[in-house]
Write a protein of this length. Sequence first.
Length: 229
Amino acid sequence: MAARQGLRTGTGDPREARSAPAGRQAASPAGRGAPHEVRLIGGQWKRSRLPVADRPGLRPTPDRVRETLFNWLGQDLGGWHCLDAFAGSGALGFEAASRGAARVLMVERDSRLVQSLQAVRARLGAAQVEIVCDDAMRVLTRHPERHFDLVLLDPPYASGLLPAALQACADIVGATGWIYAEDAQPLTAPPGWCVHRATRAGAVHAALLRRDHPRPDSAPTDGGHDEKD
């Protein structure tokens, strides 16, 4: 498993592009229209554009939010195995790949979004990215891999899927791995996990979780909370 970088704090407005469950349109935070594209903000594909399809519940995250996350994690994810469970536009997963992740598994059940993700992968030459058209919860509960370094969870806004997703992915993250999650309410860590960093932006809450035991390779924390209105 890849060695970890020390974590650094940051702030942001955590919202990521994600698709809603079939037949249901997830509510979006008020006053925010979905742009038609977002840009990667770091790594080898910095400034590359990702299309944002006009799909129910698809909400891109501002650049500064992704910058916050990768400030928390460290900019170099060399050798990491990552899972973007509700891939949507792929912004989080492609950011991880751009920063050197050895493998990024993207899961998205909307076939139109899957086609868009495949086109981006081909354009970038992102051979380390694997795209699966499937239900994220099914993949989380049945995936045989047990050593992901990072799992990215941003289910459709206000869908209520996050608690079950957190519980499921707790079994597939490596001993020193991380879970990044976003939800419409404050996050509660599943048993055996704790919140290492957290932020709030309006109605959206985000957190970086780790296993509930000391990590000798982690930087000292300063409370681990960055609050934004």
